[in-house]
Ligand binder design. Sequence first.
Ligand SMILES: Nc1ncnc2c1ncn2[C@@H]1O[C@H](COP(=O)(O)OP(=O)(O)OP(=O)(O)O)[C@@H](O)[C@H]1O
Length: 265
Amino acid sequence: MSEAHIVAAGVNKVFATGGREVVALKEINLKVPRGQFVCLLGPSGCGKSTLLNAIAGFALPSSGIITADGKLVTGPGPERGMVFQEYALFPWMTVEDNIAFGLQIKGQPRDTVRATVDKLLAMLSLADFRHRYPKDLSGGMRQRVAIARVLALDSPIMLMDEPFGALDALTRRNLQDELLRLWAELKKTIIFVTHSIEEAIYLADRIVVMTYRPGTIKRDLIVELPRLRDPASPVFNALKRELGQLVMEEQQRHHNDELRLAAVD
Ligand SMILES: Nc1ncnc2c1ncn2[C@@H]1O[C@H](COP(=O)(O)OP(=O)(O)OP(=O)(O)O)[C@@H](O)[C@H]1O
């Protein structure tokens, strides 16, 4: 766990909108060791997605550098797989074709693709759904397919932007458990964006709390609790209160900012 798998050094991101500048990220320095499960936590607008997108290579920093797997990030790359909240599946393809797509693009032989798809269908309890189309699946099932699609590419790094945000509580917990199982088995490095404090404590080795405008790192803490974690336990709840206070402060700043902007309008 000692080698840094993802590094952000002096990362800034400024957006220019409507004649004014929004500093979405300011001086972000972060080193993520190989195999670590990191949650980026904070209220809406604190730069979590901006940081994740910068690591993914979708929107590069205004200044500073990011490396992943030892390489400078200059765009998306095969060592970084991304799972979005909105599933991002091809609606015209069946479950198995969605999972196979990336492998076919890579030119893998048909038998290899078939074997990988079969393995992933079994791993994510999707075997009975292989011939279905995304529109005929529940949200939880669609997100399983999205995860299988990223796993098919065997990226050592998984970037996840509120992947379970749209799911009901029970499905969400099932998928969280499934993700923890896959992570332990496949030894991926995961950066997972959430605004749910409970989700962050349930999942992460490490929680990075961000501030609202400019987006900086407010707190960077290791969660020592053994898994599977019990959200009803006193230690879990103490941590929840502590993080709740930090997130609330940023939420308040967001709220004040909105009031100030409304007054200007
Ligand atoms: N393309 C853009 N153009 C202008 N401003 C942007 C753009 N993308 C993000 N921002 C601004 O940058 C800040 C950080 O946004 P970001 O989406 O990263 O936050 P977040 O923490 O992921 O929030 P959410 O949970 O709502 O997605 C916000 O103030 C947002 O308004």
